[in-house]
Design a protein around this ligand. Structure first.
Ligand code: PLP
Length: 402
């Protein structure tokens, strides 16, 4: 039981998890739990039919959000971490088996979340792959040429975040994907869309992404524990002798229990086990009830926040200056002040929730000169009110200019 209730919080931690959610999210989850929360795809009774319908509807809805024409190519996962592990290890395991004598090579960037860098670092430390990390410029953008130059004839996978969760910089992923397809056609391109799905217009084809990971609990405004992975045709072909990707888990599927191994059909090949249908009920309701004009709203919040912060003594904004090239993660440091102190005071004195530290992206901070303390990160969201923003601006003036 949660002992205390947090009241009247100005919540500026939406880049971690968005809050509040559309009211329909909790309603849909409660309704599903009370009326039809049973296993999808496995039984013929009425409640199972409803749960199956929910999974199919959620899959179609998220496919619509990311521009995936074939919804069966959207694997539903427990979030972006799960999706990225399925993508990275799935590709590497398949290559290690298909080409036993060639060590696969992977490229990723300094901006990656630990959900990408840790699986790759682990495989590198185990000696199973080689990997190369690409740097970014002083505003947190990777260079398309540098990404291509980091590849070689053994490169099987290139991973890049769509936008940095630490500093908000939106990366030139469409160009990277296009160049890879023409210059390194054997390398698959994996994009981490955890920070952009729901926040920006996303189209997996236009981004030239072979694999695109997303999560439900950030800008899609759904609950935690649900997300997905788009698996493009270049990444996985169910009819090919060598599948291109192997699943991380094997087990029970929605249909075809006879096969001694997990059936190669999409999406079930990558979805063994009973899924988080409760989370899907919330995610579907979130997508169906997402507030209009969230992007414009967030950009206006970011404009006011960054302008204000620039005027305060000792503040260094970390990340892009152009509002159109960034998401709503506003990171800053203050000369002579510790980030945890600032975040702690914002919480204790002003009831304002922000995030401080490395934001699970330590290399981004090494690149931006903010390692090991990290930054204070303010991330407004779709439901942040003008009154809440005014409260933050006043609190920052009080704390930092006084
Ligand atoms: N990638 C990025 C860029 C993120 O910001 C996050 C979440 O913080 C993740 C991956 C992991 O997402 P999830 O919490 O859905 O596992």
């Amino acid at each position: 039981m949660i002992a205390t209730t947090c009241r009247n919080v100005a919540y500026f931690d939406n880049a971690a998890t968005s809050w509040p959610k559309p009211p329909q999210v909790a309603e849909a989850m409660a309704r599903f739990l009370n009326e039809s929360a049973c296993s999808p795809g496995r039984a013929l009774h009425c409640m199972a039919g409803q749960a199956t319908q929910l999974v199919n509807d959620t899959r179609s809805a998220v496919a619509g959000v990311i521009g995936a024409e074939d919804a069966s190519r959207v694997i539903l996962t427990s979030g972006a971490t799960d999706a990225l592990n399925i993508a990275i290890k799935g590709v590497i395991n398949a290559r290690l088996i298909a080409h036993k004598h060639i060590k696969p090579h992977v490229v990723f960037t300094v901006l990656e979340h630990n959900a990408i860098s840790r699986p790759i670092n682990e495989l590198t430390q185990l000696g199973l792959i080689d990997s190369t990390v690409v740097e970014c410029d002083e505003e947190g953008f990777v260079d398309v040429d540098a990404m291509l130059e980091a590849t070689n004839e053994r490169t099987v996978l290139v991973c890049c975040t769509h936008a940095s969760n630490a500093i908000g910089s939106i990366q030139p992923v469409a160009e990277i994907g296009a160049r890879l397809r023409s210059e390194r056609p054997d390398a698959l391109f994996c994009v981490d869309g955890a920070q952009t799905t729901g926040a920006l217009a996303v189209d997996v084809d236009a981004l030239n992404a072979d694999l695109f990971a997303f999560t439900g609990h950030k800008s899609l405004l759904g609950p935690t524990g649900v997300g997905g992975l788009f698996v493009g045709e270049r990444a996985y072909d169910p009819n090919s002798e060598s599948p291109g990707m192997l699943p991380l888990r094997q087990g029970g599927t929605a249909g075809d229990s006879v096969s001694p191994v997990t059936p190669r059909q999409l999406p079930m090949y990558f979805e063994a086990g009973t899924p988080n249908t409760l989370g899907m009920a919330g995610l579907l309701a979130a997508i169906e009830n997402a507030p209009a004009r969230a992007l414009e709203h967030e950009r206006e919040m970011v404009r006011r926040l960054t302008e204000h912060l620039r005027g305060l003594p000792g503040v260094r904004l970390v990340g892009p200056s152009d509002i159109k090239k960034r998401t709503a993660s506003v990171s800053f440091v203050v000369e002579g002040r510790s980030c945890p102190d600032i975040a702690g005071l914002l919480d204790e004195r002003y009831n304002i929730a922000v995030r401080t530290g490395l934001h699970c992206a330590p290399n981004a901070h090494r690149a931006m000169g903010t390692f090991p303390d990290g930054t204070v990160r303010l991330s407004p969201g779709a439901y942040t009110t003008v009154e809440e923003l005014d409260r933050v601006l006043a609190a920052l003036s009080d704390l930092l200019a006084g």
